[in-house]
Design a binder for this molecule. Structure first.
Ligand SMILES: [Zn+2]
Length: 100
């Protein structure tokens, strides 16, 4: 278990995968935007000046890891953060980058 003196294999794998997922500037920008407001693909494209296929690709990646979730409304799909721990890590790291 995670509280033992060493981490079990599965926990270690998930932690590494999580930091890998957070270690990409485009994914960081998308996650940060989604922490501010729920967005459709088109809105993310517009706010971040990214290509549609880049955004779709990264959203699929983030969804597979359950870092974002989606919700259908009519013909649109809206994306938001799935996990508050991840958003805490991101927010803390942004704070860390900005403090003296
Ligand atoms: Zn710090």
């Amino acid at each position: 278990m995670a509280n033992n003196i060493d981490l079990d294999k599965e926990t270690l794998f998930i932690v590494s995968q999580t930091f890998k997922a957070l270690g990409d500037p485009t994914r960081i920008r998308i996650l940060h935007l989604l922490s501010v407001k729920e967005c459709s693909v088109g809105e993310i494209v517009e706010h971040l000046s990214l290509g549609q296929s880049t955004v779709s690709h990264q959203l699929r990646f983030l969804k597979n890891l359950r870092l974002v979730k989606s919700r259908r409304e009519g013909t649109s799909i809206y994306y938001s953060p799935e996990d508050e721990h991840i958003m805490d890590i991101l927010e803390k790291t942004i704070e860390h980058s900005n403090h003296d």
